[in-house]
Design a protein around this ligand. Structure first.
Ligand code: PLP
Length: 484
């Protein structure tokens, strides 16, 4: 029996340094395959030694998973011939309801969602995409803002709030967005949200019917795909070129178009004016909403950021999403939306019911942090730091990796995209790199369907200057043995 598909299924699902032992992960994944009948009763499993070798696991890791599955009655070993899925699993009636319960509890959508929501190891360090420089955040000033607000907090802030965010913060943001992105809005159009991801999830539910089409970038931000799936939308991947999302005129009309025009995630393409106008015209023709995700627009190194797509929108179909995750820190869980006026009230009501509004105390502290100039200073400082780190990464890569892995991504953001030869096994490289505490993100993760190119998303913002070169050297070593 050909076991290649089992290996391809398992490889991306086994996460090193995930906190859960690999034998436990392997046990869970195989159990799921058996429960879902993808491994039918009577079918043979790969030999433990071969599986360990292909997946680069210890043999004991595989044996321990097989033993556990055998102890629970999923597998049996037949002397001299190998390990098989128990025959009992060929017959649905024999299947004990208790054993089957977790698989049955999930809806089909739930299963798709869980599948699409693969979590990277929550590690800090070399190449983690989206990790800001956390050590150099002005912790003292932030603490002072929090303390002062805590001392004077009105009792109402300890209760539920339904205002779409603290008015003070909404006012500060409206001004900031107008100055830095030419966003046109009244403070009333701003809604403070508990993270951009929550906003994408709620927008998909609010704006589309289950079964409607959402265009998402491919490669693109997986969180957008998950948000659309959660609302029962059908995702249509739109290829990305050097201008970002390239609309496919033959694709079915979308209800929602999700795009990152300022700095396409993860390729780094910047959408020029002509493409922006084309996208707006297309949205008008199809009567679609555009969700503009401006997740790291502050970090533009050679020029001021382009004006937001929202600023070109004449008929109120662009929803602008911004986040504090990159400019402050992700653990803050604070982001904001600029909504067309007619969406503000429904959005606020649904948010209050479905997600809640987050902490007003924290929002007040952020308003002060902006007002007192700490925010602008920090962003300026990080912009210089990240620009320097990007250059360091580019230089080290040119020296050690050169032609094999060209970097792409423009002069912006917190990551670069490293291109690998087509068909390169990024998952295997990721696993090997994790052994050396290098956290690589395969580009393959960012595709809806079969990836049409290979690469790695390399975060550089959170790596100390002196650690960048050695990290690139280690990556070069790993690549060298694989590209010979
Ligand atoms: C493109 C993009 N959009 C949105 C987000 C999520 O932002 P938040 O942390 O506010 O949910 C991320 C986080 O990595 C991102 O990369």
């Amino acid at each position: 029996m050909n076991h290649d598909w089992i290996v391809s299924y398992l490889r991306p699902r086994l996460l090193r340094n995930d906190g859960e032992h690999l034998s436990r992960q392997l046990y869970r994944q195989l159990r799921e395959l058996i429960r879902l009948r993808r491994l039918a009763g009577g079918s043979a499993l790969p030999a433990s030694r071969a599986l360990a070798q292909t997946l680069q696991l210890g043999r004991n890791t595989v044996l321990s998973a097989y033993d556990q599955l055998a102890a629970e009655g999923y597998l049996e070993s037949r002397h001299g011939s190998g390990t098989y899925v128990c025959d009992a699993f060929a017959d649905d009636a024999v299947h004990s309801p208790q054993t089957d319960a977790p698989a049955r509890q999930l809806s089909l959508r739930g299963r798709q969602l869980a599948e699409a929501s693969r979590l990277p190891a929550s590690k800090l360090g070399a190449f983690v995409p989206g990790q800001p420089e956390l050590a150099q955040f002005p912790h003292k000033q932030w603490q002072q803002c929090l303390n002062r607000r805590q001392r004077n907090a009105p009792l109402a802030w300890l209760h539920y709030q339904h205002q779409g965010g603290l008015p003070e913060l909404r006012g500060a943001l409206a001004q900031y967005l107008h100055l830095t992105r030419s966003v046109r809005c009244e403070p009333e159009q701003l809604v403070v949200v508990p993270g951009a991801q929550s906003a994408l999830t709620l927008l998909a539910q609010l704006l589309a019917e289950p079964g409607d089409i959402a265009w998402i970038e491919e490669p693109g931000y997986t969180g957008a795909q998950t948000a659309m799936l959660a609302a029962g939308l059908r995702c249509q991947g739109m290829r990305v070129d050097e201008q970002g999302l390239r609309p496919n005129p033959d694709a079915p009309p979308p209800r929602i178009i999700y795009a990152t025009p300022a700095h396409q995630y993860p390729t780094g393409a910047v959408m020029g004016l002509a493409r922006r106008l084309e996208l707006l015209a297309l949205a008008r023709r199809h009567d679609s909403w555009i969700v503009e995700d401006d997740y790291d627009g502050e970090f533009c190194y050679t020029s001021a950021p382009l004006a937001a797509l929202q600023s070109l929108d004449r008929d109120g179909r662009v929803i602008y999403v911004g986040t504090f995750s990159k400019v402050m820190f992700p653990g803050l869980k604070l982001a904001y939306l600029v909504l067309p006026p007619e969406l503000v009230d429904p959005y606020r009501r649904c948010q209050a019911r479905l997600q809640g509004e987050g902490s007003y105390l924290q929002q007040a502290a952020v308003a002060d942090f902006i007002e007192q100039g700490h925010f602008a200073r920090h962003v300026r400082h990080m912009r210089e730091l990240y620009q320097r780190r990007q250059l360091l990464l580019r230089h080290a890569a040119a020296q050690y990796i050169g032609d094999v892995m060209p970097l792409q991504g423009g002069d912006a953001g917190m990551h670069l995209l490293a291109t690998l030869p087509d068909g390169f096994d990024e998952w295997e490289l990721q696993a090997a790199a994790a052994e050396r505490e290098l956290w690589l993100r395969p580009l393959a993760r960012h595709f809806l369907d079969t990836p049409y190119r290979s690469g790695l998303v390399l975060g550089y913002a959170g790596i100390e200057d002196h650690a960048l070169r050695p990290a690139v050297q280690q990556l070069a070593d790993l690549l060298e043995t694989r590209l010979k």
